[in-house]
Ligand binder design. Sequence first.
Ligand code: NAD
Length: 432
Amino acid sequence: MSTETAEPTESESSDEIEEPESALETARRQLQHAAAHLDVDEGVIERLKHPTKVHRVAVPLKRDDGNVEVFTGYRAQHDDVRGPYKGGLRFHPHVSEEECVGLSMWMTWKCAVMDLPFGGGKGGIVVNPKELSHDEKERLTRRFAEELRPFIGPKSDIPAPDMGTDAQTMAWFMDAYSMQEGETIPGVVTGKPPVIGGSYGREAAPGRSVAIIAREAIDYYDYDLEETTVAVQGFGSVGANAARALDDWGANVVAVSDVNGAIYDPDGLDTHDVPSHGEEPEAVMTYDAPEKLSNEKILELDVDVLVPAAIGNVITADNAGDVQADLVIEGANGPTTFAADAILEEKGIHVVPDILANAGGVTVSYFEWLQDINRRQWSLERVNEELEDHMLSAWDDVRQEVESRGISWRDAAYVVALGRIAEAKSVRGLWP
Ligand code: NAD
């Protein structure tokens, strides 16, 4: 799935054609944007524009037919002033060095806004995992772990699952790393199965955090949760978990969608009955609902809250004018383009950004890392309680910036993140 966002340059008006912007351009622009609100040393901003290190490795794989193919892998390490690098490993044909660097910067902001003791990292292999057998995927993962071994570790850089990788991939990765190190080191990656040190609640956490932030925003803008209508685009890990939590807490989830289209029931859907992507891929439209809509139309429904939770760049200059929701809570990474953001702001629609709303994933990864270091597993109840506390605390920090500076939720989230990183850099100083 794309995480790119698009924007015209600052001088262009929002109704001109939007050019797709790379993750790196987005990350750098957001850095500059936030810096304008803060009194931060220019030298710190300059340092943050560049990743600390980018590792490029060759990953040879013996295919099932005996032939050897060599794939390229990357690990971008953006900044570790607040703690070890943290971020996913993706297996996807579009992985590139630039994308890894951009996404590692996003991880730096995301960890900082959540006040986690981590910096940003991201990596992956340029490969289509759908073209690999199970055994080939395992061999590729183990060799990648070995190639990255000198650069990662529980105290230096902790990968996690991302597009094309999952809990099983992390198990192989952890096993390969541990075998070479001569001891079991579960804290080298997060997102593992619970039986080998993974955390309960990790898979549901990004969607759960979206729901917590949506609930807080609903309350902040004086809506009654029981009467609030919600539409969720994308019914996968993030979308389904967010929709079901909001439904459980009393909200009226009236529409959900997948890549094939949307279902709509003005009286509210039973979200637990609608098959999620994980339960039955792309089966939302098979559900018996009073109305079916196109996937684009779900973004234009007259609801109180819209949660885009499928892919990036879905709310653009072309359709932002048609959005009728009062609140947009970003579940996907980068669902709103820069130009669309400006249009939504003009219309008085509040947008709560991805780096806050879906940060439950990396937050529970932090809990997993703590559990691994302490060799003590937490119950699901404890994970969810701690997640709630962390999300509320981050929400409060961002809310204070919104109120005191009169800025958008997105700008406020970046101000909180950059403020923390800049302060840490300034206190630690530049060596030598
Ligand atoms: P997923 O694969 O579990 O589900 C994606 C859903 O979106 C599916 O229902 C799919 O049918 C739908 N979809 C795909 N393409 C679409 C399109 N063109 N239009 C409309 N719907 C489409 O994915 P996920 O893990 O839920 O991730 C969704 C988004 O959230 C991504 O942007 C991802 O980067 C982001 N995210 C995921 C996590 C995580 O840990 N899962 C954490 C943070 C952010």
